[in-house]
Design a binder for this molecule. Structure first.
Ligand SMILES: O[C@H]1[C@H](O)[C@@H](O)[C@H](O)[C@@H](O)[C@H]1O
Length: 542
């Protein structure tokens, strides 16, 4: 147990020992020293993620699965709904658009500041995730029972609230309990569940009636809800410490690091408590919220974290990947491939496989390097698509964005190869790295910061869904893919200039690297010290 004597001992260790309180918070840029030494020792004794860490990661990543399943099944149910919601006629284009976009709109609202971010900082990550499950179930049941488009749209909107909240909390939850050397990989488990959910949704969508497809989504959600409600599933130790719940934090840390000495755990709790103490204790929730908003937009390191978090999420969406998720069937029809389920599965399957590869390599290669290598290849794939479209000379119909089917020639094969490469190089880098966003923000504004980044993601996803077919008409398919390639190039330069390597660092060390500048050079040195992996990507300070 966390006792007052161990507190006192820990206090002595910290105040009397080498970790003087007068040191700047967190990482001392350049020196490699850190206030959180007990946390390092605690983590370094762990040689691999144990069963409990995996259990928590998988339980939390069910949110990722629901995110993927839900965004994946909509394209199939739009066909199988037939006349069920509109007796005597089929769904109009507008009705289809409402049904499709309602979830993204809900997710955008759900992940935005006032809901998920504030809630997760006040009631906790676990309870906010429980709320997301309840909303998700309410939305799924409304859809299952709906006999009108209005009810269906309402159900998708409510489900969207749940999806949006879950999309933010799951990676945040994992980041906060994961030992730093495995954090990258454990967060990618959630991404793998997103892409796995999309793949399974295509398969189930092709096999089942639409109401069953919707109902099946209640299973993982119910499972997560039960898991979160079970005795013994606690909030993250970092959240508990932030709230001053040291006894609970002790129990949580003892379960994760079950072989560690009680006194080491107490020391770690003391260190983190001191790190997080900000004099906010007596403020009301509303006052804390106002302070959080002020801090995120005024403190230099928070502003830089926000530029990186929102920038990477914008990159993830504006390189255009989700246009393939939503419209791959349309694109492939343009070039003469008519087996829609087959092509959708190729896209979703490649996305899943290469996300799995990201999981295996992210902690070894590093977030920054994985992006620096994969983004130029992604850009090349987009250029290949653009050139192939140019040579196929497709005219996109102004009304339906359909094009005359052409015979598949070598350029048709070029498009297929280009799109598969597009998905692969996206999944391995941009599909996974931006979800590491929680590590960018300090404890007191982590909820708000990740909210803003996640809502940037959903906003981007909505804009791409709304504009893609129009872009194909106005700019032509060749122009659209050149636009995506230029956006990829732009964000690659941004990554090169301002995205430090945070892999292997403790969450509390990140702020020091963003304190006065985007300290890319310092981060590469520190990453090398912490992980032993050389990370020379040719960066010179500018
Ligand atoms: O990371 C995920 C993943 O890449 C999905 O396949 C994509 O549909 C989402 O928009 C993205 O956030």
């Amino acid at each position: 147990m966390f006792t007052s004597s161990s507190t006192a001992q820990a206090n002595n260790n910290i105040i009397g020992g080498s970790n003087s309180q007068s040191q700047p918070s967190g990482y001392l840029a350049g020196s490699g020293a850190s206030m959180t030494s007990s946390v390092s020792i605690l983590e370094s004794n762990l040689t691999h993620p144990n069963a409990l860490i995996w259990k928590l990661t998988l339980l939390t990543s069910i949110s990722g699965f629901m995110f993927g399943y839900d965004t994946g099944y909509v394209s199939s149910i739009l066909v199988t709904i037939g006349q069920d919601l509109t007796p005597g006629s089929y769904l109009s284009v507008e009705q289809k658009q409402w049904i499709t976009s309602a979830t993204s709109v809900g997710a955008f609202i759900g992940s935005s500041l006032l809901l998920a971010g504030t809630l997760s900082d006040s009631i906790g990550r676990r309870k906010t995730l429980i709320l997301s499950d309840i909303l998700f179930l309410a939305g799924a049941i409304t859809q299952f029972l709906s006999y009108s488009v209005t009810l269906m749209v309402l159900g998708r909107l409510i489900m969207g609230f749940g999806v949006g909240i879950g999309s933010l909390i799951a990676p945040l939850f994992i980041s906060e309990f994961a030992p730093s050397k495995y954090r990258g990989k454990l967060v990618v488990v959630n991404c793998l569940c997103i892409t796995g959910g999309q793949l399974i949704a295509y398969a189930i969508g092709a096999l089942c009636k639409w109401r069953d497809v919707v109902l099946i989504s209640c299973l993982p959600c119910g499972l997560q809800l039960i898991g979160l409600l079970l005795k013994g599933t606690t909030d993250t130790p970092r959240f508990l410490i932030m709230k001053g719940l040291q006894e609970e934090a002790f129990v949580a840390l003892k379960t994760i690091y079950n072989n560690a000495d009680d006194s080491l755990i107490s020391d770690a709790i003391m260190e983190l408590s001191m790190e997080y103490s900000s004099g906010e204790g007596k403020l009301s929730n509303f006052a804390k919220f106002r302070k959080g908003i002020r801090d995120i937009f005024s403190v230099g390191s928070n502003k830089r974290a926000l530029v990186i978090g929102c920038g990477l999420q914008a990159a993830q969406q504006f390189v255009g990947f989700n246009s393939l998720m939503y419209f791959s069937t349309t694109i492939f029809k343009m070039v003469g491939y008519n087996n829609s389920t087959g092509v959708s599965c190729i896209i979703a399957g490649t996305n899943f496989l290469f996300t799995a590869l990201a999981l295996l390599i992210i902690d070894k290669i590093g977030r920054r390097r994985i992006l620096l290598i994969s983004m130029p290849l992604l850009c090349a794939a987009q250029v290949l698509c653009a050139v192939s479209f140019y040579n196929l000379n497709i005219n996109v119909d102004q009304q339906s964005a359909q094009a005359a089917t052409t015979d598949i020639n070598k350029w048709g094969i070029g498009i297929l190869a280009g799109l598969v490469m597009f998905v692969a190089f996206y999944a391995i880098g941009l599909g996974s790295v931006p979800w590491q966003q929680s590590e960018l923000f300090p404890q007191n504004v982590r909820g708000i910061g990740t909210s803003l980044s996640t809502s940037t993601n959903w906003l981007g996803s909505m804009i791409i869904a709304a504009c893609f077919l129009t872009l194909m008409q106005v700019l032509t398919p060749c122009g659209t893919f050149f636009l995506f390639a230029s956006i990829t190039l732009f964000f690659w330069v941004m990554v090169y200039l301002i995205y430090p390597e945070f892999g292997g660092l403790q969450l509390e060390e990140v702020q020091g690297l963003l304190k006065d500048k985007f300290d890319v050079k310092g981060s590469l040195e520190l990453h090398e010290q912490r992980t032993g992996h050389t990370n020379n990507d040719g960066y010179t300070r500018i």
